[in-house]
Design a protein around this ligand. Structure first.
Ligand code: AMP
Ligand code: MG
Length: 415
């Protein structure tokens, strides 16, 4: 049986990026860049004022002070978005506003608060230095500079930078389409009446959402029955996607027929089991280079194995240079005892207390218990060789879902 690390080592090489496509900026959020982006424009594109005030030549106001102001004529005005101002007449100032172009010949801005206007003239009460309150052309970005790198994910900040550079379209990696093939005679579609012994196919909705949040495209197929022809037919259809995920039927029960269906289609798993709890039965194969993953059917097992083993692979496929979550260290709030042997991914609630993250495990830790994932914001990693954990022990914890939140603003205690 493989460790989680060994399983990931086998899986990751099967998830290269899928090629590129061009998207408009308005469709690019959450995507990963397929190439570096080089600035086409200086930013700012022109010297402009950082404040409302008066554009001056610093040398002319060098002697200004509150007691002995320098009085100068206001010879021009530069409005934000207005005409390009002409050269500043020597010995005068130009009325200017935030974002407006600096007139040639001016090299500093005196803020309005340090002046007093008197008709056509203004008293300057504060000396200035060259460049003060001026946003110089190219001071943020120089034309020709690499501003974003291949593999960067486009979050709002990146979108803003691209928009400011007038980049309307960009090359991103293609999103994998991931077939979700549930198996089980007990499964019903959401909204259908539940006959005795039947359950709603909740996994397909959960995994569909998890795929969407990663940035992949879920392709949920109708659930297959627990018979070989049904599973095989569904698998053939699933193999049209970029990645195949089957759900359920990978265990050792008489109706766990996914093994056999794989065999019939020539899908040859590299492994069937991983030392992870919940979720031991987990198959991974490559069919003509296409990744095929058999997830366990128990809802919590499916979620945990997806998050730990499948999500990093898909992030890599989506173009992420850093596909692996980095745990933070949290302090367990209570004792927990279990049988060692597998790495356990326990669901918990993390909170912040001063310098520390505290984590409490959900009291339900069963592999089928859906309430055990509700309100959870932390996956606690319990190493395989330890069975006894005490209150106060430090545990590695991956933040999940909403992350750390609280009812009170942190800024109540920050001035
Ligand atoms: P299996 O892996 O097929 O042996 O299923 C293990 C448990 O998970 C059984 O209780 C199944 O009813 C349940 N299960 C399997 N597939 C799903 C699914 N798609 N949605 C919800 N529960 C499932
Ligand atoms: Mg089943």
């Amino acid at each position: 049986m493989r460790s989680i690390a060994e399983a990931l080592q086998s899986m990751l090489p099967a998830f290269p990026t899928l090629g590129e496509e061009e998207v408009p900026l308005t469709r690019a959020a959450g995507r990963y860049l397929a190439s570096d982006i080089v600035a086409d424009l200086d930013s700012p594109a022109f010297d402009n004022s950082a404040m409302d005030g008066y554009a001056v030549r610093a040398a002319v106001v060098a002697s200004a002070s509150t007691d002995i102001p320098v009085r100068l004529r206001v010879s021009s005005e530069s409005r934000t978005g207005g005409d390009i101002p002409s050269e500043l007449e020597p010995g005068t100032v130009c009325r200017i506003f935030t974002g407006a172009t600096m007139p040639p010949g001016a090299d500093a801005v005196v803020i309005q608060e340090d002046t007093k206007r008197d008709g056509e003239e203004v008293d300057i009460f504060e000396a200035s230095t060259v460049g003060r309150h001026v946003r110089a052309r190219g001071s943020d970005v120089r034309r020709g500079e690499t501003i974003l790198r291949q593999g960067d994910r486009l979050w709002p900040g990146e979108i803003g930078l691209l928009a400011s550079q007038n980049v309307a379209r960009m090359r991103v990696y293609r999103q994998p389409r991931v077939a979700l093939l549930s198996t089980g005679d007990e499964l019903e579609t959401l909204g259908e009446e539940l006959a005795p012994g039947k359950i709603i196919n909740s996994n397909v909705y959960v995994l569909g959402e998890m795929l969407g949040l990663l940035g992949a495209i879920p392709d949920p197929l109708p659930a297959a029955r627990d018979d070989l022809p049904s599973i095989e037919a569904a698998l053939r259809r699933a193999l049209e996607a970029d990645v195949v995920i089957t759900i359920g039927g990978v265990s050792v029960g008489a109706y766990d027929l996914v093994h056999e269906a794989f065999q019939h289609l020539g899908i040859d798993p590299e492994f069937w089991k991983v030392r992870i709890k919940p979720g031991k039965p987990l198959a991974f194969a490559q069919h003509h280079g296409k990744p095929v993953i058999g997830l366990p059917g128990n809802p919590i097992s499916a979620m945990v194995t997806f998050e730990v083993l499948v999500a990093p692979c898909l992030r890599q496929m989506l173009g992420d240079r850093e596909p692996h979550p980095q745990p933070l260290v949290a302090r367990l709030q209570h004792a927990y005892h279990r049988r060692p042997g597998r790495v356990e991914i326990a669901r918990g609630v993390a909170t912040r207390h001063g310098d520390e993250i505290h984590v409490s495990l959900h009291k339900l830790q069963g592999s089928g218990s859906l309430p055990s994932f509700v309100g959870v914001n932390a996956l606690v990693i319990l190493p395989s060789d330890r069975g006894d954990f005490n209150a106060g022990d430090q545990v590695d914890t991956i933040l999940w879902g909403s992350g750390l939140r609280g009812p009170h603003s942190f800024f109540d205690s920050v001035s």
